[in-house]
Design a protein around this ligand. Structure first.
Ligand code: SAM
Length: 251
């Protein structure tokens, strides 16, 4: 059976165990500046190991489909095993939601992405915020990008294997994690599909969903506002009108 890098949660968690201060500060200021203030209840769809939950204000609930990731996340907060396109959570029960590290690109079809956005909009209270962080491609075929780093005794390489299919917009990604402390050279080598998006495709999706408005978009530094291709973190604000959507289409 194929072993994915998410099946090796402790290795994954060590690779992503950098100082979370910048991400946490950005997320919490997105809620205080654009949303409902310091969140009493936060949702993390695609929560993985819950690596950002330490000292999080209020309650946090994570949703993920991978049992190995959830086993680790459960030691850090409340979790629900499920699919992010059908959350199984009550309407208007969260103030804030976030999903970073390209997780949204795991949803491979337009329909799945739309269902997910509608689900998050449904469970957010009016005026709540959803922060989505993922890589956006340019309109032209992209260069192959490669991320390489070593963290907490894990060497990680993550890269695309070529341009996305022009029809499905799906690219193939390879992720290799190597435990540099293990005598047996413990490695997980995973190849999987991810959906790609241009800025225009994201705008179309948000327009169709209708209840989120883009409050701001930042680049990978989380400090500079930019919609340039590359890593983006977008702050989506749910209408305060109570689920009927914004009168003006998101720009
Ligand atoms: C990049 S990882 C998690 C990142 C995590 N949010 C973080 O910041 O560390 C993506 C996660 O999404 C989960 N996932 C992918 N597709 C999913 C789906 N349709 N429903 C629920 N979880 C999903 C995977 O199991 C994996 O744990």
């Amino acid at each position: 059976m194929r072993v994915t890098w998410y099946d090796r949660a402790s290795l994954y968690d060590r690779a992503f165990s950098w100082d979370p201060t910048t991400e946490r500060t950005f997320l919490l200021s997105a809620s205080t500046e654009h949303g409902r203030g310091a969140p009493a209840r936060t949702l993390e769809p695609f929560c993985g190991t819950g690596r950002l939950w330490a000292d999080w204000p209020g309650a946090v609930v994570g949703v993920d489909c991978n049992p190995s990731m959830l086993e680790l996340a459960r030691t850090r907060g409340s979790v629900l095993r499920g699919d992010v396109t059908a959350l199984g959570l009550a309407d208007r029960s969260f103030d804030f939601a976030f999903a970073l590290i390209d997780s949204f690109r795991h949803l491979l079809t337009h329909d799945a992405a739309l269902r997910h956005l509608r689900e998050v909009a449904r469970v957010l209270r009016p005026g709540g915020v959803y922060v989505l962080g993922f890589d956006v491609t340019g309109d032209l075929p992209s260069d192959v990008s490669r991320s390489i780093w070593t963290q907490n005794g894990v060497h990680a390489e993550v890269y695309g294997l070529g341009d996305a299919d022009p029809t499905t917009r799906i690219e193939t990604v390879r992720a290799i994690l190597t435990d540099t402390r293990s005598k047996n050279a413990d490695i997980v080598d995973d190849v999987f599909p991810m959906r790609t998006y241009t800025n225009r495709e994201i705008d179309d999706l948000l327009h169709l969903e209708g209840s989120f408005q883009r409050a701001a978009t930042f680049n990978r530094t989380y400090k500079q506002k930019s919609r340039a291709p590359g890593s983006q973190a977008t702050i989506l604000k749910k209408s305060t009108q109570g689920g009927t959507g914004f009168a003006v289409a998101p720009s």
